[in-house]
Design a binder for this molecule. Sequence first.
Ligand code: LLP
Length: 432
Amino acid sequence: MLTEILARHPSLAMHAHDGLLFDGVPLTPIARTHGTPCWVTAAATLRGRYAALADALAPTGAHIHYAVKANDHLAILAILARLGAGADVVSLGELARARRAGIPPDRIVFSGVGKSADEHIAALTENIAQINVESAEELEQLAAIATALNRPARIAFRLNPDVDAGTHHHISTGRQGDKFGIPAADIPALYARAAAHEFLTPIGLALHIGSQITSPAPYRAAFARAASLVRALRAEGHSVTALDCGGGLGIAYADETPLSLPAYAATLQRAFTGLDLALIVEPGRYLVGPAGLLLARVMLRKHATPRPFLVLDAAMTDLARPALYGAHHAILPLAPRHLHAPLSPVDVVGPVCESTDVLARARALPALEPGDFVAILDTGAYGAVMSSTYNARPLAPQILIDQQRAHLIRPRQAQEQLWQAEIVPPCLAHLP
Ligand code: LLP
């Protein structure tokens, strides 16, 4: 069972003496040196995943715009920037991070259902490649800002194709009733309005139907709707040159069979062949998910009915996905002696004062004891970025394994940093 998890994770190996290795580097010394909980990203794995996706997409001509929200650490962005990735950003902060990491403005697209005036101003001032407009209301705001700044805005309209991505309800974004995008029927009038505006240049469409998609069917349906809308817009005389196909490519957290890269590329190819469109994809999870893990230490094993609790020093404040989406993350012990030991079910929980602070329910694990280390796998996407400091828990440190070495890329947050921005008004300064 644990050996099956290992077999599904080519970046991991169990060394008879050094224990669990990630990109060839032992994890136990990292846990001992930097303490736990601790995030670890493997740069070679990340580069390998980017290369595999870029190769698969080559025949489609699609360009990769990494969805910064999945993991926005500057070192991760710098790795991807050097590989030639563009960025999909959804806030001023993500735009600033992408620029800081060296991603050029002409490779940045700005998505998001609510963009502030400051965000539109920054997008225009930085002259980024494209703004994905998600409503008639946003179009009005952008038109006014572009006019006031006397700057042209290249825009794509985000289509809500009303397609069920077949994924978790909370990460589905392309159905009627989801807040994202514009219904197909409303886009031609908005396109015409933009085309007639002095400072707006509509270049095409965008869509993103959800995340952790494991079947080609929803992509096929959404892409078919986008292709027919492109034809309809062209028939009305509009220029449509760009199509942003969003992200969503799923990974194997448990026993899912995700869409293969060739199947994904073929789906894109078939949908848009002959339309002569510049394609963009916005993967986040696919690139960084399996390139990261979270190290934790067993604090105690609490006897309970119906199952014992394994209390870790990592919690929902570090990794929110299980609490938010009931997400499954495989867990492996770091010590070699546990690999073939008998397994029994435990509830793996964190120390936070919430009943939802459960990292894994009824998980088959060996008899782990206080002090043992574990790795919570596939947490490179939507892991550290979604952490909070609830219960006054400082943010965990981050390590990057590159060239067979472990680099500290973010130290553990100091306790005082949690309150350094807080102001106690003078009337309370003299506490009794
Ligand atoms: N493009 C847009 C416009 C998006 O909203 C997203 C993700 C992506 C691309 C990247 O999707 P990906 O390739 O990573 O699936 N926190 C959730 C996932 C939320 C995804 C939000 N949007 C989770 O932990 O599963």
